[in-house]
Design a protein around this ligand. Structure first.
Ligand code: 3H9
Length: 716
């Protein structure tokens, strides 16, 4: 026995309690502790059955993900099968072992539960095999035991899709045996006594594996779905292969096949990237200098200014999280339009079965439309989401300064403007912050939280915590034009246009990036967002542009001729009434003229060069942003790009991807591009330094982590 697993008894029932906070991961010592406990109780004649339960807030949330990094960097490759030996031993126990589940039983947690003879759970529990989200597959017989309990269809769904299911659904599919209302431990003990010594090994339950004729179409359909929905990912297909092995091979051979596939996935770049993203999403919440000791401001009631696309979406975000919202507009028609859109969006979700009509009604009831500032004085926070213009924002913040109570947070949903200038019109710049939601706000997970020079620690800490409450990934960024995401997006889209000017076709550019894994190509993205948005800004700032530097030509020409993208059914592509893109002859003409104007003889450009030019433009700007301290860590940039810009998570984000390629190589290519295309490609000094020192962006992040830790120590 060890500290991680405690034993106790309730009469003739032995109880094993896992205590490895916060989520009872299967860190070294936990599986061993469970086995030692089972063996102790097997040898105790007074014990008739054994209950395995999690201490604290959950059962077992899976293998300790931190251990994977050690395994892939030359550590213990044998840990997977070692764990299997332990689970097989538990399954062979001579006394019934019952898993009692609350919170989550995920990955290795569910695999442990399935190696027990029976499973009971509270109704709020969830079970799942989320390994594919980490680029791996279940590695402790999940793909072998789950189909035996739940059938092949449900098992491929869970192992290849990765989403958890509720206890009720798990009961329906035979994954658990009983729902326990009330006290879980007592319910599990009662269940254990009822079993009267009867064990039941999951490996022996072969009925649900049925026959090849029945399984073949299920597996084929699962492969089809995986190829479509999890484009380019290797783990979902490997998970399906492993479940198929369960249907064709005896248990131990199936286990061996699962082990091979698990190892292949674990050592893949995809898995390393997805594990980086898992920890990255949690790392971004940690702000050096803002510890748990910084007080948070309670945010129970909010207000939103603006009922347009952004304002309405943001109101929905708060309403979804159970927070009442006052939503203000300047005229009744705009308010009615905003509310109608919200209702339409909610009704669509109900139609798709995402939530019930009653939940929709409750959410709508939380959004109170208004034309005045009445009631604003009682709100804890306001988010301004009006048209992106400095004069208007300043006017509104002046008004908010008068109506909002002291201590309320004043947030602006600006995507580019200077938050300090906005704050300057208030008497309390320390309460002002940027909260940059991404469109559609109720769907996109990213929230850039923009720190002004006066923003208080309390306001930052509150907004970071609030982002989790409203189901967003909040990333703290500094105040600069476009902040982090849009500032990097500028060179990204610039290069896409330059490549077309130099000879690439529109389709070649978009396909190359789509095949790389982006949700959409950069030119199609421009058409979707509206080419006129950037054009209007360029016109406004036109006379301040440095004309000695090469500027993209085509989008300005397209806009001058009224081709704004999807909204005018014509942009880089031509669109039919269903918004299906087709090649545009009109765009061809404009491209041709632009090529002439820029003096290019079109050359053929391969997909590799297209990807390098566009992705390395992101990396180079990202390195500058890091050096300027506008993003705290490289991983913060990665999380922004994955959650806000459709960057493929399995590549880990642009900065992680650059590390994967090797910074020396990236730096060399950027030097080549500088020679070919001029000073826009001047390598970022940080990139140069790291490349010359043989380091990575991950090394840079480690340094930030260390200095943050020593700063915290120094303060305490
Ligand atoms: C697996 O099991 C493979 C098997 O087939 C076996 C193969 C041999 N390990 O998310 P939170 C940390 S693969 C290590 O903020 P929540 C997390 O980093 C695994 N650490 O809480 C954070 O640390 P910090 C399959 C973990 O309440 C802290 O715990 N399982 C692990 O919002 C709190 O986490 C999964 O993929 C872990 N497994 O959500 C489940 N899990 O405070 C992954 C969490 O320092 N985990 N941490 O930042 C989750 O989905 C969520 O954490 C959970 C709780 C839903 C459990």
């Amino acid at each position: 026995m060890n500290d991680l697993v405690q034993t106790s008894k309730d009469g003739d029932i032995g109880i094993l309690t896992v205590n490895n906070p916060p989520v009872n991961a299967l860190s070294p010592g936990v599986p061993e502790g469970i086995l030692a406990g089972v063996e102790q109780f097997e040898n105790d004649d007074t014990v008739k059955a054994i209950v395995l339960i999690g201490g604290g807030r959950t059962f077992i949330a899976g293998a300790d993900i931190r251990e994977f990094g050690k395994m892939t960097s030359g550590g213990d490759r044998k840990r997977g099968p070692g764990f299997n030996i332990i689970l097989n031993r538990i399954e062979s126990a001579t006394k019934p072992v019952i898993a009692a589940i609350h919170g989550t039983a995920l990955g290795g947690g569910l695999e442990t539960a399935m190696a027990c003879h029976y499973r009971v759970a509270v109704p709020s529990a969830q079970v799942g095999q989320p390994e594919v989200k980490l680029g791996i597959i279940p590695g402790a017989a999940g793909t072998q035991r789950l189909p035996r309990l739940a059938g092949v269809g449900k098992a491929v769904d869970m192992c290849a899709g990765g989403d958890p299911i509720s206890a009720a659904e798990a009961l329906k599919h035979g994954i658990i045996d009983r729902l326990v209302e009330g006290d879980l431990l007592q319910g599990a003990i009662a269940f254990a006594r009822e079993k009267n010594g009867a064990t039941r090994r999951t490996r022996d339950l072969n009925d649900k594996l049925v026959d090849e004729k029945t399984n073949a179409p299920i597996l084929a359909a699962a492969r089809d779905t995986a190829r479509k929905r999890q484009r380019n990912l290797i783990a979902p297909l490997a998970a399906i292969d492993a479940v198929e092995a369960a249907t064709k091979l005896p248990f131990d051979q199936g286990l061996e096949r699962e082990r091979e596939l698990f190892q292949q996935c674990l050592f893949s770049d995809q898995s390393k990237a997805l594990i980086h993203v898992f920890f990255g999403e949690r790392e971004v919440a940690k702000i050096p200098g803002i510890g748990k000791d910084v007080a948070q401001i309670p945010v129970n009631k909010v207000a939103v200014i603006g009922a347009g696309t952004m304002g309405g979406g943001i109101a929905m975000v708060f309403a979804n999280a159970g927070i009442p919202v006052l939503m203000k507009e300047t005229d009744q028609a705009a308010l009615d339009r905003g509310l109608a859109t919200i209702k339409k969006n909610y009704a669509n979700s109900v139609k798709k079965g995402r939530f019930t009509q009653q939940q929709m009604d409750e959410r709508i009831a939380r959004i109170q439309p208004t034309l005045s500032y009445d009631g604003f004085g009682e709100r804890d926070m306001v988010v301004e989401a009006v048209f992106e213009g400095m004069a208007l924002k300043k006017q509104i913040f002046g008004e908010l300064d008068k109506v909002m109570k002291q201590g309320a947070i004043l947030a602006s949903n600006t995507s580019t403007l200077n938050i300090d200038e906005i704050a300057s019109v208030t008497s309390r710049p320390e309460m002002v912050i940027g909260t940059h939601f991404f469109s559609p706000a109720n769907v996109m997970r990213l929230l850039e939280i923009v720190r002004g020079k006066a923003t208080s620690k309390e306001v930052i800490a509150t907004c970071m915590a609030l982002s989790k409450k409203i189901a967003k990934v909040g990333v703290l960024v500094g105040n600069c034009r476009g902040f982090v995401g849009n500032r990097m997006f500028h060179p990204y889209r610039r290069e896409a246009q330059f490549l077309v000017e130099e000879g690439a076709t529109v389709e070649a550019v978009d396909h190359a990036l789509y095949n790389y894994g982006m949700a959409m190509g950069p030119l199609a993205t421009g058409d979707l967002a509206g080419l006129d948005v950037g054009w209007r800004i360029r016109k406004e700032f036109g006379d301040t542009r440095n004309t000695s530097i090469r500027q993209p030509l085509i989008e300005d020409r397209l806009c001058e001729a009224g081709h704004y993208g999807q909204k005018t059914s014509s942009g880089w592509y031509k669109y039919d009434e269903n918004r299906k893109p087709e090649h545009s002859a009109v765009a061809d003409e404009i491209i041709e003229q632009a090529r002439k104007q820029a003096g290019f003889t079109p050359r053929s450009i391969g997909a590799d060069e297209i990807v390098e030019r566009i992705i390395y433009a992101l990396v180079n700007e990202g390195a500058r942003i890091l050096e300027e301290g506008l993003a705290l860590r490289a991983v913060d940039i990665d999380i922004i790009y994955i959650n806000g810009y459709g960057f493929p998570a399995y590549r880990g984000g642009p900065m992680w991807y650059a590390d994967t390629v090797g910074l020396k190589k990236v730096y060399q290519r950027i030097q080549d591009f500088e020679k070919q295309h001029g000073s826009l490609w001047a390598p970022a000094p940080l990139l140069k330094r790291l490349a010359e020192e043989g380091k990575t962006f991950a090394d840079f992040d480690k340094q930030v982590g260390q200095s943050a830790a020593s700063a915290t120590e120094a303060r305490s």
